[in-house]
Design a protein around this ligand. Structure first.
Ligand code: ATR
Length: 282
């Protein structure tokens, strides 16, 4: 391990809880492989302590932070300047602290999703047909924003609480609409689980995947377990699948670039490291 000195560049992740975050595993593995004098630290403020922590970090105290549950919306509100995709998503997973004291908010979750699709479903084009998003929380909003910006022609939101699906559709514009779970799969090119269903090994969202075309791609944002019940159901039908761990790794790449002004080094098997960290065999 290269020495971390008093001149080290510092970045981190703010969440509550933050103990199970995989981001420190990914970023510190890249830091070490690149031989950087840098450290990526977990930060867990009290429930009402996010704003004070961010204010204390202003002025270049540290390079930047990733932000995770439950602070992604507060992160947006704490920033002085927003990227278009963060504004559209209504949430930020990345804050950069500038030397002049200002804070820039970005959202790389959507890039992570598109990167995971490109890696595990090569040839898939989000412009080619309707997308179904199951869920209407922050994760669904981030996915919908990225797909709108990628030129998706139609995004169908399915949610247990229909009002929330309608609110999301209203916020994101004419390509996005709230639909019933029965109406959703017909003709879909992509189906995304953005709910928490399936986390910890339980059943995934209820949707008739057999009613989707055989060409449909199914993506699950849940990555614990890696092969969720939802992805197993899709694979059993012969549909292409994309897992949530790939999405997590892909959102970390532009964050690393923003913190340290260089791409993560090639040749680090961060997927295997992350799998080991969640107790799965790589
Ligand atoms: P996140 O920021 O991760 O998206 P969230 O805002 O709490 O978290 O959203 C969780 C999503 O999972 C919501 O779409 C939620 O549906 P509701 O809007 O009806 O709450 C969905 N969800 C969670 N548990 C669910 C369950 N048991 N059945 C159906 N949907 C569920």
């Amino acid at each position: 391990m290269s020495a971390i000195t008093g001149a080290a560049m510092v970045a981190g992740i703010i969440g509550r809880p933050v103990t199970h975050s995989l981001s420190p595993v990914l970023h510190n593995a890249w830091i070490e492989a690149a031989g950087l004098n840098a450290v990526y630290a977990p930060l867990a403020p009290t429930a009402d302590g996010f704003q004070a922590l961010v204010n204390g970090l202003r002025g270049g105290v540290i390079r930047g932070v990733n932000v995770t549950i439950p602070f992604k919306e507060e992160a947006l509100a704490a920033a002085d300047e927003l990227s278009d995709r963060a504004r559209l998503a209504g949430a930020a997973n990345l804050l950069l602290f500038r030397a002049d004291g200002t804070v820039f908010a970005d959202n790389t979750d959507g890039l992570g999703m598109l990167g995971a699709l490109a890696a595990q479903a090569p040839g898939f084009d989000p412009r080619s047909g309707p997308t179904v998003i199951l869920g209407a929380g922050g994760a669904a909003r981030g996915a919908a924003a990225a797909l709108v910006l990628a030129g998706a022609p139609e995004i169908r939101i399915v949610n247990r609480t229909f009002d929330r699906a309608q609110a999301l559709a209203r916020d994101l514009g004419p390509a996005v609409r709230a639909v019933s779970v029965e109406a959703a799969p017909a003709g879909a090119g992509l189906i995304i689980n953005a709910t928490s269903l399936g986390l910890g090994g339980g059943p995934g969202p209820e949707i008739d995947l057999a009613a989707a075309p055989l060409s449909a791609v199914v993506l699950d944002m849940v990555y614990k377990p890696l092969r969720t019940e939802f992805l197993r159901r899709a694979a059993d039908l012969g549909l292409a699948t994309v897992d949530g761990l790939e999405m997590l790794i892909r959102q970390a790449v532009p964050s690393f670039e923003a913190f340290f002004d260089q791409a993560p080094p090639a040749g680090v098997d961060v997927r295997a490291l992350a799998l080991r960290a969640v107790g799965e065999t790589p």
